[in-house]
Design a protein around this ligand. Structure first.
Ligand code: SF4
Ligand code: SF4
Length: 267
């Protein structure tokens, strides 16, 4: 922790960064994101087992970007988000200082996206064991049983959009759910509209989700919504041999093609 505070202080003092995004104490024993802009405030930064939130969700927010060059406390999901949004041309190496945190909670400064790519190759970026078990169980169900499972789960959705707000890959300035000409999905929660909202979101995240699990943690009614996009993570890996957030120059899986693709439908 001292190391993080010391480095953050240096970055702010020598103006390498204008703001450091990190974790601070919240309420009820929880942590929260903090935006440190003065060297004397770096004592607010903490890092412990509770610091799970994917802070990269703030990197592309207009109100944060306009503060100037950012530094960010970067756990593995944050590093992967950075590479993924860079591959989508939303972020460059000059925009951010990456204060990497290893799974052993050690600070490592990663210079440039290539060093992040190299570091991630040495790390386990797979889906957590407990989620993997749930996914395997769900995948083994029949189509009818899977539909019934999601119908039941999604019937509880109150369309609060906390899952979207917490997701670092949901950065569109205008989401399709807010488009009303045409009205893609109903505003009020209902069974069909909830299904449409979540299936469309899952499609938008296929090949882009970095399996941080933040959407599931954000849901106030405990819908395991991350499992939908995690299934996309698995399928994209199986079908295209691609893992999102591992390469800053990766082409988008679902919106790029090669004219010499072996599948004839593409020609
Ligand atoms: S796990 Fe959820 S929050 Fe994280 S990138 Fe995937 S869809 Fe977004
Ligand atoms: S956070 Fe939960 S309740 Fe809110 S929109 Fe997402 S799935 Fe629905």
């Amino acid at each position: 922790m001292d190391e993080i505070r010391k480095r953050a202080k240096e970055l702010l003092e020598n103006q390498t960064a204008k703001v450091v995004i990190g974790y601070g104490e919240g309420t009820a024993g929880k942590t929260r994101a903090v935006f440190i802009r003065k060297p004397e405030d770096t004592g607010q930064l903490i890092f412990d087992d509770r610091c799970e939130q994917n802070l990269a969700v703030y990197l592309l927010k207009h109100e944060v970007k306009h503060l100037g060059k950012l530094a960010i406390i970067a756990t593995i999901p944050v590093m992967r988000t950075i590479l993924q949004v860079a591959s989508e041309l939303q972020l460059t190496e000059n925009d951010v200082v990456i204060l990497g945190i290893t799974p052993e909670k050690n600070l490592i400064e990663l210079e440039g996206f290539k060093s992040v790519e190299d570091y991630l190759k040495t790390q386990d970026v797979g889906i957590r064991k407990e989620d993997k078990e749930l996914l395997t169980k769900l995948t083994s169900l029949s189509l009818e049983e899977k539909w019934a499972y999601w119908e039941e789960e999604l019937s509880r959705c109150i369309k609060c959009y906390a899952c979207r707000a917490a997701c670092p890959m949901c950065y569109c300035l205008r989401c399709f759910v807010e488009v009303n000409q045409p009205q893609w999905i109903p505003i009020a929660p209902n069974d069909l509209g909830n299904m449409e909202w979540h299936l469309l979101r899952a499609m938008h995240l296929a090949g882009r989700c970095i399996n941080c699990g933040e959407c599931g943690r954000a849901c106030p009614v405990d819908i395991p919504i991350h499992l939908l996009t995690f299934k996309g993570v698995e399928d994209v890996h199986t079908d295209f041999n691609v893992v999102a957030g591992m390469n800053a120059t990766m082409e988008s899986v679902l919106s790029s093609f090669k004219p010499d693709d072996k599948e004839t439908f593409i020609r």
